[in-house]
Design a protein around this ligand. Sequence first.
Ligand SMILES: [Fe+2]
Ligand SMILES: [Fe+2]
Length: 146
Amino acid sequence: MNGDKKRCAPSLAWNEKLSTGHTEIDEQHKGLIQLANDLLETVRAGKGAYLVDPILRRLRVYTRDHFRAEERIMASAGYPELARHAREHAQILGIVEQLNIFNDEGKPIDPDELLCLLREWLINHILGHDLPMASHLRSSRIKNRC
Ligand SMILES: [Fe+2]
Ligand SMILES: [Fe+2]
């Protein structure tokens, strides 16, 4: 039944509500959103694995590098939720690494399903985990200045 299908906006978008106020992290989030949209667009356009796979590989590498950068920043700020946040990163990375865009018959994943997955990993993680981390970074910067 179509009515049961989860509906999302057609692509991901960065907006001020996602801003951490940390330039490096925000630029990386924008890069991740761009790559996720590139992947989505390519799948939606019905492109083959020769075009989809390189984007998926870039998304995996970028995600890993971004998580490492955030964990480095959290560690140097003494963020008390680092272990929990890093566990969440490891979980997301595991899913991104395992993601198959094409099934055994070579049929691509439903783009709407892919969009919902990407939104869950990227946007919900930024809102639920990265923003609280950023607020800690800001308050520790203010404290260190006093
Ligand atoms: Fe992040
Ligand atoms: Fe994060």
